[in-house]
Ligand binder design. Structure first.
Ligand code: ADP
Ligand code: MG
Length: 272
């Protein structure tokens, strides 16, 4: 990855939506695993906002709590304390299906949670289970077509099985599955880490294209500051469960005085 050629970042400025109300706000979120002497505080007093249409990268080394935070934000895991607000509404404990219509995920291992013998069509249509009213066949087909085109895939893949696809195609199918619901927020947890280095930039570019085309807010989670720098408008830096640094990406990389952030920057040859 050549992070020195950072593409121009225009999505936030172009987006017609209200930039003053956060899409998602997280207040003093905590998550502890275990208890007593064995307790692990994986997420500690984390607060931040995500605004409509931005690409925010959450960076930190392995074990810093990124995936735990992702699972909290996705409501796959309950917080020990703290609050999550979607468009100003407290959704920490509300109905999950309604939440999942707005907040979708792409994970590190595409298809990990799906039967290897399901077709791409079946995997993608399974995303619609959270809708209140099941769409007509015509609407389903239209959603399939739109989602596939948003990730640059051909409809001819619909009858294929996961094992017939390349790694890059699999991850694109997972992105398309998430986009079936036209979510307001897409959370991608290490979406490129199972891919060859040569494919990583194309997946990052695809995520950026999705944001530019749909206005979907993107939270990209990565241990690689080079990737975060390449694609994000704003950075959140996590260290041992805490957010230790935040700000516009260029500004953080150029000016941060935080020792952990400086150490991450020092690890990326093209950034200094
Ligand atoms: P990251 O995604 O940044 O690598 P994780 O959120 O996966 O970090 O892990 C943060 C910490 O929480 C680690 O110490 C990890 O061992 C611990 N942890 C994560 N999930 C669990 C769990 N289900 N039970 C116990 N400890 C966990
Ligand atoms: Mg992780």
């Amino acid at each position: 990855m050549d992070a020195s050629v950072r593409p121009s970042h225009t999505g936030v400025q172009k987006s017609p939506v209200d930039q003053t109300q956060p899409l998602l706000a997280v207040r003093n979120l905590n998550r502890t695993f275990g208890s007593g002497a064995n307790a692990v505080a994986a997420v500690k007093d984390v607060s931040f906002e995500l605004y409509p249409g931005e690409i925010v990268a959450l960076v930190g080394e392995s074990g810093s709590g990124k995936s735990t935070l992702a699972r909290l934000l996705l409501r796959l895991l309950a917080p020990t304390s703290g609050e999550i607000q979607l468009l100003g509404k407290n959704v920490t404990h509300g109905p999950k299906t309604a939440y999942w219509r707005e907040v979708q995920a792409v994970f590190q291992d595409p298809f990990a949670s799906f039967n290897q013998f399901y077709s791409v069509r079946r995997v993608m249509l399974s995303a619609l289970g959270v809708l209140q009213k099941q769409p007509t066949r015509a609407e389903r087909d239209s959603r399939l077509r739109t989602a596939l085109s948003q990730v640059g895939l051909s409809e001819s893949l619909l009858e294929k099985r996961p094992y017939e696809l390349s790694g890059g195609q699999r991850q694109r199918v997972m992105m398309a599955r998430a986009l079936m619901l036209a979510p307001q927020l897409l959370i991608a947890d290490e979406p490129t880490s199972m891919l060859d280095a040569s494919l990583r930039v194309s997946i990052l570019n695809q995520l950026k294209d999705v944001r530019d085309a749909t206005g979907t807010t993107l939270l990209l989670i990565t241990h690689d500051l080079g990737q975060a720098y390449y694609v994000s408008d704003r950075l959140l830096v996590m260290y041992r469960g805490e957010l230790v640094d935040t700000g516009p990406t260029e500004q953080v990389v150029a000016q941060s005085q935080h020792p952990y952030t400086r150490a991450l920057i020092a690890d990326v040859p093209t950034l200094h």
